[in-house]
Design a protein around this ligand. Structure first.
Ligand SMILES: Nc1ncnc2c1ncn2[C@@H]1O[C@H](COP(=O)(O)OP(=O)(O)O)[C@@H](O)[C@H]1O
Ligand SMILES: [Mg+2]
Length: 275
């Protein structure tokens, strides 16, 4: 079974999709077989890596609605990388949030009994050839995202520096605990761990706030990524939006970029967790 990660936060615009893309590329570059699954109705990852959500193409919604169809038809090779690394994308869909209801309509004819069992079923069925799967959800908290969370071994929580951020993180951790408590009832074993908090998009004038925030995270006993000795956060970088927009990692545009290096360091930490 692959190691299944999700980039999660109850907020939008905190670099969930940026993190999924950069982490995916970096792990694939290091020789891993990586699959990204776009679970956001905004389908930003699909737009970046594949272009506009294509009409007539199978998407992740088809597989979630009718798991017996599997993921293969919705899976696109993004890049073949050195060392036998590989990056795939399971295409997203604007209406992916309708998946739980669509699944329920045909529940009697499905290979699994409940919606939270759908993703684990698809991962076991179609992702056995992957080392790592990264789920990229939207920011709205609904039945799809609850199920998404239950399918993940661990979550990466990107967060931006702002006054209420630690409160938001504590709220998220309560949500994770509730979700973990509900897994047995959903017919699932195991627990979803916090892989780490990732402080992202730190502007130059936020550096002091970022250091204070990192200390607050540590005091709260929450695991965070260490990244680089000189910087435990991802700085704001003008090339990140360009990189994500073009569906390439930032180091492709500028290998010296500080955010690019932070994402490469993140991948090393994640690879150690996945090992
Ligand atoms: N380190 C960064 N520097 C500059 N812009 C960033 C950085 N990280 C993310 N962004 C930009 O912020 C916006 C939101 O990021 P995104 O990954 O789409 O967030 P989410 O998936 O959480 O909604 C995007 O335009 C992205 O390019
Ligand atoms: Mg996103």
């Amino acid at each position: 079974m692959p190691y299944v990660l999700a980039t999660v936060n109850l907020k939008g615009g905190v670099a969930k999709t940026t993190t999924a893309l950069h982490l995916g590329y970096a792990l694939a570059q290091s020789g891993m077989r990586v699959r990204l699954i776009d679970l956001d109705s905004e389908a930003c990852l699909t737009d970046a890596l594949y272009g506009d959500v294509a009409l007539g193409r199978a998407t992740v919604l088809d597989a979630l609605r009718e798991p017996s169809r599997g993921l293969a038809a919705a899976t696109e090779r993004v890049a073949k990388l050195p060392l036998r690394g590989r990056l795939d994308l399971v295409l997203g869909a604007d209406e992916v949030y309708t998946a739980p209801k669509a699944f329920a309509l045909a529940q009697g004819r499905q290979p699994v009994a409940t919606f939270p069992q759908v993703l684990p079923y698809l991962l076991a069925r179609d992702c056995a050839d992957c080392d790592v799967v990264i789920l990229d959800p939207g920011a709205n908290w609904d039945a799809l995202n609850d199920a998404m969370l239950m399918a993940a071994h661990a979550v990466i929580v990107p967060v931006v520096v702002e006054p209420m951020a630690v409160k938001g993180l504590k709220r998220f951790m309560r949500r994770l605990a509730t979700n973990n408590a509900g897994r047995a009832q959903a017919g699932l074993t195991g627990q979803t761990q916090l892989a780490g908090i990732l402080v992202s998009r730190v502007l130059p004038d936020q550096e002091d706030d970022a250091r204070a925030f990192l200390m607050e995270i540590d005091r709260a006993g929450l695991r965070r990524f260490a990244l680089l000795p000189e910087r435990a956060y991802v700085p704001n970088s003008p090339i990140i939006p360009r990189a994500t927009g073009q569906g390439v990692p930032a180091w492709h545009l500028d290998a010296r970029d500080a955010a690019a290096r932070a994402y490469l360091a993140l991948a090393e930490e994640v690879a150690a967790l996945a090992a």
